[in-house]
Design a binder for this molecule. Structure first.
Ligand SMILES: Cc1ncc(COP(=O)(O)O)c(C=O)c1O
Length: 387
């Protein structure tokens, strides 16, 4: 056999960057939040096979604990390999058929993302809109359901771009009355803000690993109930996204345990540990912890003369939007916090760009020590930025 002559290796991109060492950061922005060190330890174990009997048991444990944090009995509950957006896309990809009417309640950045995604799955997309900082009333939702008669109604529970927590009571009943599926974004609420999937008659939901669950980003918890499953099973065509097709994924996550894709096993070690810690703390304790720490933050910010963007009864415990005072360069201040204190605070997105800071207190980071720290820094450093 003739020897193959190989070209010489092109070394132009061979750079000596040195080992990866991350700066220490306190992540008090819109996410990710710092992961619990116990979770990081679990995550750093050597990978095992994604069909190893130990791993298969771990998968079932993750599913069971996700049912606990979501307060649901849904069989089809699993972490999508990917971030929250992958799970978001999975909810739409599995139930939306071309031409289906999908109604999105938009009151912030992530409502727009839902509408964009639904359109890509060829839905007939309609929306109702509110100013960024407000929530929808039941009457507004009922009126829209009556007018559009959608197959799916989607709404964000915890809008990270605005700091609004959408009241959920009664929305599920309306969706049953008008015979549509209720799809809810719980990315910034899962584990941290009261959420009762079955009680609230939510048919499909998704979340992320990097906020209330105190785990790094990389998994997107997903769940659907029998109503949603029924719509998926009656589809005329295949789910137009192979990777996110729940009927295929369930052959791996269900009892068959058939290979679908190589699971990110370490991420699942991490989320299993994060969920275990949350179960140990108890959901109600975690919810109260988030509520108490956010109250401490809100009082402290108001005491130093800052104004909050959202009225009190709609405020989200995990994410607070603070109005940037007139004359202050909001971006320069967040850069200063990062450069001098290693603290990340978010700036506004979309309609709130340049108008607010976004302070997150999520999962592991929701504690009074962090609240006092950020308040002290605002108190001493912000005056330097006022003109
Ligand atoms: C409300 C909401 N939905 C969806 C997403 C998308 O999640 P990810 O960035 O993990 O893909 C985010 C991200 O922060 C979010 O806050």
């Amino acid at each position: 056999m003739a020897t193959q002559i190989l070209p010489s290796v092109d070394n132009r991109h061979r750079k000596d960057f040195g080992p990866t060492t991350c700066p220490e950061r306190l992540l008090l922005g819109p996410g990710p939040s710092n992961a619990d060190p116990v979770v990081l330890k679990a995550l750093s174990q050597s990978p095992i096979g994604h069909l190893d009997p130990f791993y298969v048991d771990l998968m079932s444990e993750v599913q069971e604990l996700l049912r606990y944090v979501w307060q649901t009995d849904n069989r089809l509950t699993l972490p999508m390999s990917g971030t929250g957006s992958a799970a978001m896309e999975a909810t739409l990809a599995n139930v939306v058929e071309p031409g289906d009417k999908v109604l999105i309640a938009i009151k912030g950045y992530f409502g727009h993302r839902l509408a964009d995604m639904a359109g890509r799955y060829k839905a007939n997309v309609f929306s109702i809109q509110k100013d960024w900082g407000q929530a929808f009333s039941l009457d507004e939702i009922e009126e829209a359901l009556k007018e559009y008669r959608p197959a799916v109604f989607a709404i964000v529970h915890a809008e990270t771009s605005t700091g609004v927590c959408q009241p959920m009571n009664g929305i599920g009943d309306l969706c049953r009355k008008y015979d549509c599926l209720l799809l809810v974004d719980t990315v910034t609420s899962l584990g941290a803000v009261p959420l009762y999937l079955d009680e609230w008659k939510i048919d499909l939901a998704y979340s992320c690993s990097q906020k209330g669950l105190s785990c790094p980003p990389g998994l997107g918890p997903f769940t659907m109930n029998e109503r949603a499953e029924d719509k998926m099973n009656k589809r005329k065509g295949k789910v137009p996204n192979w990777y996110l097709d729940v009927s295929l994924l369930n052959k791996y996550w269900g009892s068959d345990r058939v290979y679908h894709h190589t699971a990110p096993v370490n991420m699942n070690f991490g989320i299993r540990e994060a969920l275990r810690l949350l179960a140990e703390e108890g959901l109600d304790s975690s919810w109260s912890r988030h509520k108490n720490n956010s109250q401490l933050l809100w009082d402290g910010l108001e005491n130093i003369g800052l104004e909050l963007h959202v009225k009190k009864d709609l405020r989200l415990p995990t994410l607070t939007t603070v109005k940037i005072p007139k004359g202050v360069d909001g971006k320069a201040f967040t850069k200063y916090l990062l450069d001098n204190y290693g603290i990340e605070v978010g700036v506004g997105l979309g309609d709130l760009s340049g108008k607010v800071w976004r302070i997150g207190l999520m999962g592991y980071n929701s504690n009074s020590k962090n609240v006092h720290k950020i308040l002290d820094i605002f108190k001493t450093e912000l005056p330097k930025f006022r003109v």
